[in-house]
Design a protein around this ligand. Structure first.
Ligand code: GLU
Length: 480
């Protein structure tokens, strides 16, 4: 059987959108599953859209997210160059071959003539005017240095069909397809030509790309057929939507992979989530490592209908990854975010701070806000002591805080740990004939001055340390 070879062919326009990354991911997953190869090709022939730095953005995003290509501009391979602007000679050669075979022709029409072909709606459609030029006329024009393009010669009658693996049979009437430009006057190919030549020469077996190419694919098939090349298998992917009406896009201000990473989403969660935007596994499983995706991914699971990007679901998944993450890994990833917290560098145990919030965040960017309270202690409303369900209020606090202070005071500095604080404080409710909440609620409020905190009274007392805890408890008691 033919080796499975898939490719991702982005244009370096400055932004690798989520839809692009999904296309890359599916190509990668399918190649992996089939023991084939996934390759990267840069489609940079439209120089007007070229954005500096976007090439490294593409490399970095793919590598960082684990979508590893076996061949590509920066890693090499047997089918290079993998950058279209370096393949000009190849396109020229094949454009000429296509002309020879009747699938294309030279066109010398100037802009003025093209403009004159506009219909009532302002749409101009080329009229095959230059198709009738003789070989001699063409030679003479070229010798005279007349600028030209090479156009595809599409039959005027009949129709063209192919079967897309997702959308099924697609048929387009030949009369509805234009004789589009394949090679521009500067010798650069258009996408419409380069994709065919490259996919063939790079031995691509499965073309995976967005639905915007679904209806132009019959044009490409005309070329495959005319060259006598085998057509690839086509898999067009439905768009990813922001909501029911709008596509996810840079123009709409929607996040790229890098934006999401910067926002503190866990990258494995991003990839996991993107995999599910248009593909469904056979089971109800939702959390997939990249390796599991490599094993479970299947083309049959790709859906026809557009999927909506749901930040809430992504957040949930990211939170699950954080909860399940090994501590060391979590510390390394979370530290840059912890550094933005007011509590950072104030003598607290960094690991304890991070563990305090580990099960309480969905993105790492939530860390500073969750921990800032540690540095914001000061005046607060004593009404916070009132909690109906726990049957506690200011007067309970006034009675219990001195006892709590006494217990904390009595723990020797070197034995001051979470467990010890817990065990000693937990003797109080019985001793004072109180409910747990009547001790713990006032203790937490007195330590934090906040209605809610990540972590309870013991965790706070532990993180704050003995001295700071006593300082705060006394401060709060004196205000009662
Ligand atoms: N350069 C095209 C794009 O960025 C690639 C389409 C394809 O995969 O064939 O949309």
């Amino acid at each position: 059987m033919k080796e499975v070879r898939t490719r991702f062919a982005p244009s370096p326009t400055g932004y690798l959108h989520i839809g692009g990354l999904r296309t890359a991911l599916y190509g990668y997953l399918y190649a992996k599953k089939e023991g084939g190869k996934f390759i990267l090709r840069l489609e940079d022939t439209d120089t007007s859209r070229y954005v500096e730095d976007s090439v490294s953005l593409i490399y970095n995003t793919l590598k960082d997210s684990g979508v590893i290509y076996a061949e590509g501009p920066d890693v090499g391979g047997n089918y290079g160059p993998y950058v279209q602007s370096q393949r000009k000679d190849i396109y020229k050669k094949y454009a000429e071959l296509l002309v020879e075979r009747g699938g294309a022709y030279y066109c010398f029409c100037d802009e003025e003539r093209i403009a004159s072909l506009k219909d009532a709606n302002g749409v101009s459609r080329y009229d095959k005017h230059c198709l009738s030029l003789t070989k001699e006329e063409i030679q003479a024009n070229i010798a005279a240095g007349k600028p030209y393009v090479i156009r595809q010669n599409i039959p005027l009658t009949g129709s063209s069909s192919y079967t897309d693996l997702v959308y099924g049979e697609i048929t387009v009437e030949n009369k509805d397809m234009e004789d589009g430009i394949l090679l521009k006057s500067d010798g650069m190919p258009t996408y419409n030509f380069a994709n065919v030549v490259d996919d063939h020469l790079m031995a691509i077996s499965h073309v995976i790309r967005g639905t915007e190419y679904l209806s132009s694919t019959p044009k490409y098939n005309h070329m495959y057929d005319c060259f006598g090349w085998e057509r690839p298998v086509y898999i067009h992917l439905p768009p990813i939507m922001k909501d029911e009406h709008q596509k996810l896009s840079k123009r709409n201000g929607d996040a790229s992979y890098q934006d999401l990473v910067d926002k503190g989403y866990i990258k494995e969660a991003i990839i996991n989530y993107i995999a599910l935007l248009g593909w469904s596994p056979k089971s109800n499983q939702e959390k997939f490592s990249l390796q599991e995706l490599e094993e479970k991914f299947s083309l049959e699971g790709i859906s026809k209908s557009p999927s909506i990007f749901d930040p809430v679901k992504l957040g949930w998944l990211s939170g699950e990854y954080i909860k399940d993450m090994a501590e060391e890994d979590y510390f390394n990833r979370a530290l840059p975010f912890l550094k933005k917290s007011k509590a950072y560098g104030k003598g607290y145990d960094e690991k304890k701070l991070l563990l305090l919030v580990k099960t309480r965040i969905e993105t790492l960017a939530e860390i500073p806000a969750k921990l800032d309270f540690l540095q914001e202690f000061g005046e607060f409303d004593n009404a916070l002591y009132t909690h109906k369900k726990m049957k506690t209020d200011e007067s309970v606090a006034k009675a219990v805080l001195p006892e709590i202070i006494r217990v904390i005071q009595a723990i020797p500095e070197e034995e001051y740990t979470f467990e010890r604080i817990h065990d000693d404080i937990m003797r109080l409710p019985e001793a004072l004939a109180m409910k747990n909440g009547q001790v713990l609620w006032p203790m937490r409020v007195a330590l934090s001055g906040k209605e809610t905190t990540p972590g309870g009274a013991f965790e706070l007392a532990d993180i704050l340390g003995k001295e700071e805890s006593l300082k705060r408890l006394n401060f709060s008691l004196n205000r009662l």
